[in-house]
Design a protein. Sequence first.
Length: 402
Amino acid sequence: MRDAILGLVNPLIALIFAVTFFAIWQRERSRKEVLAFAGAYLMLGIGFLISQLMPVGYGRPGLSITNIPYFTGTVLLIWAAASRVGARLPFTLIWSAGAIGAVLIVVGQLFSKFESSDLYIANTLYGILFMLGAQATASTRDHSIANKLVFWMLALTAVQFFVRPTLSFMIEGALEHETYKQSAYYSALNATVAVNSLGLAIAFIAACVTDAFTAEKQTMVTDPLTGLLTRRAFEEEVNEAILRSHEKQTPLSMIVGDIDHFKNVNDIWGHQIGDVAISEFGQLINRTIRSGDFAGRIGGEEFCILVYDCDESGAVRLAERLRTETPNIRLGADTTLDVRISASFGVAGLRPGEGYKSLFARADSSLYEAKQNGRNRVERSKKNQDTSEAQSGGGAYESAAA
């Protein structure tokens, strides 16, 4: 009776976690790996339940049926674990191992009366699968606690599958089908599977929660339309850079850019084209600035760039490069439309003792002047204005940022 109750613990645990992962997926349906975790635990739960409820009289062929949900659940499990870290599984090897394992189990049932042969083959197969899953998760560069926990649980599960049949043979000897479910090995198996399923599920849930938290944090830092920093994140970075600039007496400049006549783009071509304009302009900025600089979308169609270790003249050249590249952006490229945009820029270099608000105000004032002077142009801070350089540019941005 005790063994029967213990045997029902495994399917119950698996089905509870299947429901848990499904509930998590309902909140974030874009995460296919979470749905795969739910499917994996559902299949494992079905396998556990079939194994527990199947009468002894069905014999070994009946028991081998459980390998179908077990194998399906295991493949889903390791695929989900690998997918969440961006790794790929060697499916050719997986399907080959599954096919070879199935054939060997059938051969063992035909020529051996002992349950041990099935156990060796099945446990070796699942040990290989979990080893492949652990190897895939180890390939990630993100060595967070959640990822390490998933890796070690997969690795320990693989080791358990490799070691368990050998231990059973040493303790119980060769097991016949009629005595298999009454053996101490079967009781120990149920207990270890329950603990292992619980540990794996906790590791996967911890990983899913960590992923959700990281994604939520990312949305607070990164503008989803452009991939640039949000205004709040940008201002935090700027304040730190300004402090560093004053301490090290390193030049620093700010560029404020704005898409010209953006309201007309929305009104004439629609908000979808407007979103494309913002996205493409943001991507242009992102691929033009250096790795040590950073940019943010600070308003609807307004962008700001912090150029570190670069004086105002160098920042003007960068702004001029962006200005000349902007009309090359073709909106509606996947349609018959050929919509083009232009942009205006204001530039200001950091002054001694100046803070973010003052620097931004001067750059923004220069942008306003560029708008007033006809748009599609670059203007610099009034105090050091050099009209010829601002209009024509000259020299490379990289060489100016010494």
